[in-house]
Design a protein. Structure first.
Length: 249
């Protein structure tokens, strides 16, 4: 049987919200590694996340959504694994490595997956959960990225762009102006004229939008707007700039 390492690190974070109880998070760490012989670059997978403690409605919704995102990151093959909890998910990842190693012993080595979550920002109306992740399952390089989940802390429901902005189209036009200025793209030129990779030659908001003390960070992961060589792109917007557009307080 594989040796399973299961660690729990109890670091408590309290998030205030307009309910009788408070959201309480405990940081939990899950790790797994292959038992097949290896001398270096031994395959490992580690997940370290704030888990909302049960007791209020929001906790269950938040935990389920976070797990769904992690599940979409840690997998190998055409479809995500069927595991319904973290331990099984990590076991499935290592099992995929073991199968590949047995079939292609000279070509399979050094698999790695690492995920670390954090509460990036919180108010009574917003809970921004950030997920940093890295994975490598062969090839020239691994993939590193950032995910952002913005919750209503009272209900645990995801806040979509329509919930965040008064007029998404107007905000998108404003964001494009800021993006063009920062990356020196002429106003009358195509958005990809300087070598970017926006789909259909059309500017779009990133999948990752993060609240911080300054305002909002628009973060484009690698391949979302540019090549791997160019890396991620980001634009920081201040709350003063956002005042005409931001709906959520």
């Amino acid at each position: 049987m594989k040796k399973i390492i299961y660690l729990l690190t109890f670091t408590t974070v309290f998030i205030s919200c307009n309910t009788e109880k408070e959201l309480e998070f405990t940081t939990e760490t899950f790790t797994e590694k292959s038992t097949l012989p290896c001398s270096d670059n031994c395959p490992t997978v580690e997940v370290k996340l704030p888990i909302a403690k049960e007791g209020i409605v929001a906790a269950d919704s938040i935990n389920k959504r976070v797990y769904a995102v992690v599940k979409s990151i840690i997998y190998f093959g055409e479809k995500p694994y069927t595991a319904s909890e973290y331990k099984g998910l990590l076991q499935s990842f290592i099992a995929s490595y073991d199968d590949m190693k047995k079939e292609f012993p000279k070509d399979t080595f050094g698999w790695e997956a690492k995920i670390e979550g954090s509460i990036a920002y919180q108010t009574e109306n917003v809970l921004n959960y950030k997920i940093d992740h890295y994975s490598f399952t062969g090839g020239a390089h691994g993939y590193q990225g950032v995910r952002s989940l913005i919750f209503n802390p009272e209900t645990g429901k995801i806040l979509k762009n329509e919930d965040l902005f008064k007029d998404v189209n107007a905000f998108t036009k404003f964001a494009e102006q800021k993006f063009r200025t920062q990356y020196k793209i002429p106003e009358n030129a195509g958005i990809n004229s300087t070598g970017l990779m926006f789909e259909e030659e059309k500017f779009a908001l990133p999948f990752t939008i993060l609240f911080n003390q300054k305002g909002l960070l628009l973060y484009y992961n690698t391949y979302e707007a540019a090549s791997y060589a160019d890396g991620p792109k980001e634009v920081q917007l201040t709350y003063a700039e956002l005042e005409p557009y931001l709906k959520v307080k």
